[in-house]
Design a protein around this ligand. Structure first.
Ligand code: PLP
Length: 376
């Protein structure tokens, strides 16, 4: 099988497995235990924290380990809801957020919070003029805006958006789950208050994430108990997975430095060029300039993703029509609708997403298979 669904999840890197193994076997002690074995496990948590912090330009004490990206998002949104209060406050998100931001903010709206959604241009980039108009200085509030979109890979103008929100004295959260490990995401350059990370999008296992909380930012924990993670997220730490997340962060830093991420972007471009040459009717969507190097979002006019996906699966290609969580829901993607796509175009689109494991041979084979299936 040729795996072109790396925005849904990624293969766990062998180096990550290797780093995790000792903590599933001999080094199973509780990191809060006072004896030497416990202290050694705690030190491993510290290493992982430093590795994740280094990837985004944070300090280690600004990193909280969580159970997944969804949890990181919910933790922030709940804490900020409490911080701004329900009366005469405001929350602004974009129309293209993941359900892990849309559903919690819908829940806020259901209990009386004012929640506004800001649109995007047809290239999938946030409409900053609309954002400026939505952020009201007279109200306490926060924005929750994704750094890169999961369906299109389009990179959002986070620096500008953060400046707009900060100028109004608002808090800023970014769901950077599809950006971290793919492009440079630095909290020492863009002054967001909170940033969500998910391990399985960059070769750590599913079920581990992190949350950056800028030093000095008020935070109300969602899970209380033994006071682990600086009291921000109680519960005995999932040591093997956290160690794996740290190792994956280190691998992604190396991949940025050794040209591996550039190689992925070259392969993505090769895939698009090949499909463009072989198919008469094909469209590539989203900003050309501002996108992560691993995603091609492609429409096949006259075809539907629903008919293409099983044929591609049978022919050896795993990819998707949008986010994995929306698969099978029979609705046009809210991201594509926000970009102004007709239902017909939205239903004819596929997301092909690569990773550092994708090879040139796989891309060349994928071009032939997709062209045969979509051109037939
Ligand atoms: N936010 C975005 C943009 C995502 O792509 C995903 C992944 O599906 C999530 C949140 C949820 O992350 P997790 O699967 O770790 O809960």
């Amino acid at each position: 099988m040729i795996y072109l669904d790396s925005n849904a999840t990624t293969q766990v890197h062998p180096r990550v497995v290797e780093a995790m193994m000792p903590f599933l076997t001999g080094r199973w002690h509780n990191p809060s235990s006072g004896y030497a074995a416990g202290r050694e496990v705690k030190a491993a948590l510290g290493t992982a924290r430093a590795q994740v912090a280094a990837l985004i330009g944070a300090s280690p004490d600004e990193i909280v380990f969580t159970g997944c990206g969804t949890e990181s998002n919910s933790m922030v949104i709940k804490s900020l809801a409490r911080e701004i209060g329900r009366k005469s406050s405001k929350v602004v998100v974009s129309e293209i957020e993941h359900s892990a931001v849309l559903r919690p903010t819908e829940a806020m709206a259901a209990v009386g919070f004012e929640v506004a959604r800001v649109g995007v241009h047809d290239d999938g980039r946030l409409d900053l003029a609309e954002l400026s108009a939505a952020v009201e200085r007279t109200k306490p509030g926060f924005v929750s805006l994704m750094w890169a979109n999961n369906e299109t890979g389009v990179i959002q103008p986070m620096a500008e958006a953060t400046e707009i929100a900060k100028a109004a004295g608002w808090w800023v959260h970014t769901d950077a789950i599809q950006a971290v490990g793919k492009i440079s995401v630095r909290v020492d350059e863009v002054p967001v208050d909170f940033l969500s990370i998910s391990g399985h999008k960059f070769h750590a296992p599913k079920g581990v994430g992190a949350l950056f909380i800028r030093k000095g930012t008020p935070f109300e924990p969602m899970i209380r108990g033994g006071g682990q993670e600086g009291g921000h997220r109680s519960g005995t730490e999932n040591v093997p997975y956290i160690v794996g997340l740290g190792e994956a962060a280190a691998i992604m830093m190396e991949s940025a430095q050794n040209g591996d991420l550039d190689r992925v972007a070259t392969l993505r471009d090769r895939l698009e060029t090949g499909l463009g040459e072989r198919l008469k009717r094909v469209e590539f969507n989203g900003s050309r300039e501002h996108r992560t190097g691993n995603v091609a979002h492609v429409s096949f006019p006259g075809k539907t993703a629903a008919e293409l996906l099983p044929k591609l699966d049978a022919a050896g290609i795993q990819c998707s029509a949008g986010s994995a969580c929306m698969t099978g829901k029979g609705m046009p993607s809210h991201v594509q609708k926000a970009m102004g796509f007709s239902d017909e175009k939205a239903f004819s689109s596929l997301r092909l997403s690569l990773s550092i494991f994708t090879t040139e041979a796989e891309v060349d084979e994928a071009i032939e298979i997709i062209a045969a299936v979509a051109g037939g």
